[in-house]
Design a protein around this ligand. Structure first.
Ligand code: GSH
Length: 206
């Protein structure tokens, strides 16, 4: 059977994509890579020359990378799953606004915390850069929390693609750290993790 192929590894950015694929009920297989060597192996660089996960191969062979692009495609290709509001609607614009906000500020901010040494040629500057990145992440979690309506998910009662990304970002940052700045975002992540359909994904990714 031809389906999606998801390149990733546990607790990486492939987690929200795996969760979205489960919610679409589409057929997919996971190719877990070794984060030490597998990302820079020639066969994976042929899929994503950036050597990063997630990378999703569509059933027709098209490769899509970058979390928001992958999630947006899955939402549009599987409208019945209601992973995002319908394209062209104001609600979709709001969803995509927060998806872009989350990716540009929080995902990239968390990467600066994890891979701080990549952002300077001066090893002595690493601790200061990391502290600044942590403060940046905290500030943006606060803004995201301030944007929440009644919950339990960012845009209301239904979990959407943006919530899947937030769930992973909270787990990377630490729920207690997020709770100190944005308690409702910590609750949102817990609500995603408690979705019965995602039990297998949550168990795999922690
Ligand atoms: N902007 C990319 C970021 C992807 C990314 O940084 N992935 C991490 C894992 S969460 C990775 O592959 N890191 C390995 C590396 O950069 O060497 C996206 O949205 O997919």
């Amino acid at each position: 059977m031809t389906g999606y192929v998801l390149y990733g590894y546990p607790q990486s950015g492939s987690a929200p994509i795996e969760a979205a694929l489960v919610l679409t009920s589409a057929y997919f297989t996971c190719r877990d890579l070794d984060p030490e060597g597998g990302l820079k192996a020639a066969d994976f660089l042929a899929v994503n020359p950036r050597g990063q996960v997630p990378a999703l191969v569509l059933p027709d062979g098209t490769v899509v990378t970058e979390v928001p692009a992958i999630l947006s495609h899955l939402a549009d290709a599987h409208p019945a799953s209601r992973l995002a509001p319908p394209p062209g609607s104001a609600a979709r614009a709001v969803h995509d606004r927060w998806m872009a906000f989350t990716h540009a500020n929080l995902y990239e901010g968390v990467l600066r915390v994890y891979y701080t040494d990549r952002y300077t040629t001066d090893p002595a500057g690493v601790p200061g850069l990391r502290a600044a990145a942590e403060a940046y992440v905290a500030r943006h979690f606060t803004m995201l929390g301030d944007a929440m309506g009644d919950g339990p998910f960012l845009l209301g009662p239904r979990p959407m693609a943006v919530d899947l990304v937030i769930w992973v970002l909270v787990s990377w940052t630490g729920a207690d750290v997020v709770r100190a700045h944005a308690p409702r975002i910590a609750d949102l992540a817990a609500a995603v993790a408690a979705l019965p359909e995602l039990a297998g994904v949550v168990a795999r990714h922690g």
